[in-house]
Each structure stands twice: as structure tokens, then as C-alpha cells.
Write a protein of this length. Structure first.
Length: 533
């Protein structure tokens, strides 16, 4: 079973490396356009051939520009070096410590003479389970192939009424809308998974990494493997945004003309958008406009009073400025729904223990608070946005106060600083203006058209797990005990362990030996979910 997954991982690295190599050759006139296109078709065949044309046009445009060609070539070489370094890390982590020991390339460090292959297997198991669930639903391909041909809802329609249900039914939970050629191949888009001391928990173009500290501390909520869900969703949402975000042509590109034309004419035209994709792109444009409006000027004026429509240049600038934050908001909303099962208390504690565990004070506190507010806001309804905001702030404040009980690991003064920032929302009102005017409408769009209940259910699909009174699921394992049961959903298991370790008495008094033992046990149990195709 390990061989099957590892082969897919290497196939993905091979396909990416081949594309990089041939793109460099094409930029240097060592192969012709037809040869380059043949290589690109292999890479794009399983992620949407309709993206191939845009990619080829972009590379041809870069090739025609001397400076762009030089910059791109260096970027590609850097990518090739990164993949090579990642593969070396994967090789040592997966196979280091295996016989013959005298020939192993693994540097054992403080962890194990026989390597960390078991821990690596756990990472692979978690990633493979999540990827299988997302691939079965195939939301990205549905959006790419179907949203441009589906009718749009009425923009003025209240999203809380039953009108939106017919779109949910038509979407069919992202099933049945793809054509016969849209099936994702098992070898496509398989990220390179490994532990990284430099990156920590991070998603990149080619990889998803877990923090090296988690090798002996992932039983701790501060270094929980649940954090991997956030990184996986960055890959998922990045794929969605490549289709729905109303920019084309990269950093030097432009707003998609049809999206801007509809946005510009909207005040004088009550027609609905041409299709569902344009509808979503319209709300993206409205989101960045509203973020611009509520942002205080140097004079402290409120921009909402001074204009109605942004010109194309100004709107383009705002789309570039806010893309990262929009990505983060959508990731947090889906993370809360898919992986944390809308468990508000657990989610708030989990993400803030993760952030507060870092050996630096958190900068941009407001940014992290607005992400948390947006993530949990669907739990509090959708009618009165100001009331939803207030309820979110109260809930976050309460959970942060409870985190002070982890006094051996979290600085209470830092929590007080964050709570002070929350209390200041009543004073300056900036976060509330952001949420009510910009983020809440976008979250409605995400929940209606980008969220899939089938994914949410698939992540915890296991008849052996027992439903709990609070709506969660559990395998009822006692930490450190071995009863030879295999699990099917590492997500159920990791969430269950996370809930149990959110007990301050347990964590504040645990010995390092017990902590490391329970961590190794956690790796062993979660790796048992790895199955053969």
C-alpha cells in the first residue's frame, strides 16, 4: 500500500519536473512550440485542458519579452532545485534507517536511529485520505467546466431564502456535471509530502509540509497534525481561484473584461450576470471595492460617501492587493466547515494555540481576528450581520480567555493584547465594517456555491466511528493503548485527539517522555488508514 502512494507521489514530481525542463528549453529555443505543447498537454490533461491554452499563451508572451524570459528561466531553475531538495528530504524521511544501516543516507538527529518512516507514513495517510475525498467530488473540475454555462441567481435576491436551493440541486453537490473526459487521473496533482524544519506547516506549488516539531510534539494541540487541513485547503482554494478570481494575465494582466463590464454597468442595468461564474466574479469585485471603501483614508474620511464605481485601474490594484486575504478567508471558512465540523470552540482554540505557539509575537492581530470571525460566522446565521459579528467577537473572547489556562505554554499577556484588540472593535469599528460590508456577502457566495456537503461527510466516513452527544465522532481510543484496530478516517481520529488534549490539566502536567510516546502512538494509529488502491 505504501508503494502505491509513493509511486503516485514520484509520478507527480516527474510530470512537474518534465514540464519545467521543457519550458526552459522552449524559452531558450531548444525545442519548438509543438514539442513544448505536447509536454504541457500531459500536465494539464487531468486538471482541465481548457487551462492549457491560457498557459501556452502566457509562456509565448513571456518568451517574446527579453527581461521576462530571463526572470522566468531563473524562476524555473529555482523550482527544479526545490523539487530536487524536496525529493531528497522525502527519500531520507521515508527510507532512512532501513537496512543496510551502514549505507543509509538518513541523519538520525535526536529522533531515531532507525529513521522516521512511520511518522512519514502517517503524513502520507492523512494527505491521501483527504485527497481521495476531494478527488471523488471533483469540485474544481465542475467549476471549470460547468459554472460558465449555468444560469446566474438574481443578484438582488436575498441569499437566505429558498431561491438558492435550486442552484444547490443543480450543482448536485459537484457531481454529474462533468463531461466524460473530466475524471482526475490518480497520478495528477499529488503533492510532495514531508516534514520541514524551515517551512513548518506550509503549502507550496509542489509540496505540503508538516512542522519538524510535530515529530515529537504533535500530541500537543500547539503542533497538531490537524494544521495540515489548512495547508491542503490552500491548494484546493488556489485551484478554485485560478478559475473564479476576475484577473487574467498574472501580475501585469488585467481584470477579465466581461467581469468588469458587468460590474461597471450594474448601477444602470438590473439584468442578472450571464452565468454563475460571472456572478461569483461580480461578488469578488464588490468585495475588493467594499474593502477599499471601508479602509480609512489618511484624513480619516469614509470613502463610501465619495464614489460609486471604481475605474478599471483602481479596481485592478485592489484585486491584486486583497487576493491573499480573500484566499485566506475562503480557506478558513472551508476549514471550519470541512475539517472542524463547525465546532466553534474547538476551532478557535485550535487555530489560536497554533498561532500563539510560534516563538514570535503575532503581528497583524486584526487580520487574524477577521479571519477567525469570518470562519465561524456561518454558525451564527446570516440575517443580521451586525449581530453575527457581535456573537463571533463574544465567542472568540471567551475561548481566548480559556486558553490562558495553558499557562506553561502560552503567554497570558499576549492573549490580553489580542482581547484588547477585540474590545477595541467597538471603538474604531473597522473590523465590523469589513465584515458587514465586504466579507459577509462573499462568505454567502462561498457557502452557496463553493462548499460541498459531500466533501464534509466524506472526510469522516467510517462506520466504525461512534457518534457523540455533541455531534462529533470518535474511535474511543485511549492515548498510548494498542487494540489492533485500523481506522478509515484519520480526520476523525486527529480531531478526537485534539479535543482530548484541549484539557489544560492534561497538557500542563504531561511529562516529555509521555508526550513523545503519545505522539509516536498517534503517528502509528493515523498511518493505519493508508489503504491500497
Amino acid at each position: 500500500m505504501f508503494k502505491d502512494y509513493f509511486s503516485r507521489l514520484l509520478d507527480s514530481a516527474r510530470t512537474s519536473s518534465l514540464l519545467i525542463l521543457n519550458e526552459i528549453k522552449f524559452l531558450q529555443n531548444k525545442i519548438n512550440e509543438e514539442e513544448f505543447a505536447d509536454t504541457a498537454k500531459v500536465f494539464f490533461s487531468d486538471i482541465g485542458n481548457n487551462l492549457l491554452g491560457d498557459y501556452l499563451n502566457e509562456i509565448k508572451s513571456i518568451k517574446s519579452d527579453f527581461r521576462g524570459r530571463i526572470v522566468r528561466t531563473h524562476q524555473l531553475r529555482d523550482e527544479a532545485v526545490q523539487i530536487s531538495a524536496i525529493l531528497k528530504s522525502i527519500n531520507t524521511q521515508a527510507f532512512g534507517g532501513t537496512p543496510p544501516l551502514l549505507n543509509t543516507t538518513f541523519e538520525s538527529g535526536i529522533y531515531s536511529l532507525l529513521g522516521i518512516g512511520g511518522a512519514f507514513l502517517s503524513l502520507l495517510s492523512i494527505y491521501a485520505h483527504v485527497r481521495d475525498v476531494f478527488s471523488a467530488v471533483n469540485a474544481e473540475m465542475t467549476i471549470i467546466k460547468s459554472f460558465h454555462s449555468m444560469a446566474s441567481p438574481d443578484i438582488l435576491r436575498n441569499p437566505t431564502d429558498g431561491e438558492y436551493m435550486k442552484w444547490k440541486i443543480r450543482l448536485g453537490d459537484f457531481k454529474g456535471l462533468e463531461d466524460e473526459n473530466s475524471e482526475i487521473d490518480g497520478n495528477a496533482n499529488f503533492h510532495l509530502i514531508y516534514f520541514s524544519n524551515r517551512l513548518g506547516y506550509r503549502q507550496t506549488k509542489h509540496s505540503i509540509t508538516a512542522a519538524y516539531q510535530s515529530l515529537c510534539l504533535s500530541y500537543f494541540p500547539f503542533w497538531s497534525l490537524c494544521t495540515l487541513s489548512h495547508e491542503f485547503l490552500h491548494a484546493h482554494v488556489g485551484s478554485l481561484l485560478s478559475t473564479i478570481y476576475p484577473l487574467e494575465g498574472g501580475e501585469q494582466g488585467q481584470i477579465i473584461p466581461s467581469a468588469y463590464a458587468f460590474y461597471k454597468d450594474r448601477l444602470n442595468n438590473t439584468d442578472s450576470p450571464n452565468n454563475l461564474l460571472q456572478y461569483i466574479q461580480y461578488w469578488m469585485l464588490i468585495t475588493v471595492q467594499k474593502l477599499y471603501e471601508v479602509e480609512p483614508t489618511q484624513q480619516g474620511a469614509d470613502r463610501r460617501k465619495h464614489f460609486k464605481v471604481l475605474d478599471e485601474s483602481a479596481l485592478f490594484k485592489q484585486l491584486k492587493k486583497h487576493k491573499h486575504q480573500i484566499d485566506e478567508i475562503i480557506v478558513h471558512v472551508l476549514d471550519f466547515q470541512y475539517f472542524y465540523r463547525s465546532d466553534t470552540d474547538l476551532y478557535i482554540k485550535a487555530i489560536w494555540t497554533s498561532w500563539l505557539s510560534l516563538p514570535v509575537s503575532i503581528s497583524r492581530i486584526q487580520e487574524y481576528l477577521i479571519r477567525t470571525i469570518c470562519a465561524i460566522s456561518p454558525k451564527f446565521g446570516r440575517s443580521d450581520r451586525n449581530e453575527v459579528f457581535k456573537n463571533c467577537v463574544d465567542k472568540i473572547r471567551k475561548q481566548l480567555q480559556e486558553l490562558k489556562q495553558f499557562n506553561n505554554f502560552i503567554n497570558p499577556e499576549m492573549i490580553d493584547k489580542i482581547i484588547d484588540e477585540l474590545n477595541n472593535t467597538k471603538k474604531d469599528g473597522y473590523m465590523q465594517l469589513q465584515y458587514v460590508n465586504a466579507w459577509a456577502p462573499l462568505i454567502d457566495v462561498v457557502m452557496q456555491f463553493l462548499f460541498s456537503p459531500a466533501i464534509k461527510d466524506g472526510l469522516i466516513s467510517d462506520s466504525e466511528a461512534e457518534a457523540q452527544e455533541d455531534g462529533s465522532y470518535s474511535y474511543n481510543f485511549d492515548a498510548g493503548n494498542f487494540d489492533e484496530r485500523r481506522i478509515q478516517s484519520p480526520i476523525i481520529f486527529l480531531l478526537d485527539m485534539l479535543r482530548k488534549t484541549m484539557d489544560p490539566d492534561t497538557i500542563n502536567n504531561i511529562s516529555m517522555e509521555k508526550l513523545e510516546f503519545n505522539t509516536l502512538w498517534l503517528f502509528l494509529v493515523s498511518s493505519s488508514a493508508l489503504k491500497k488502491y
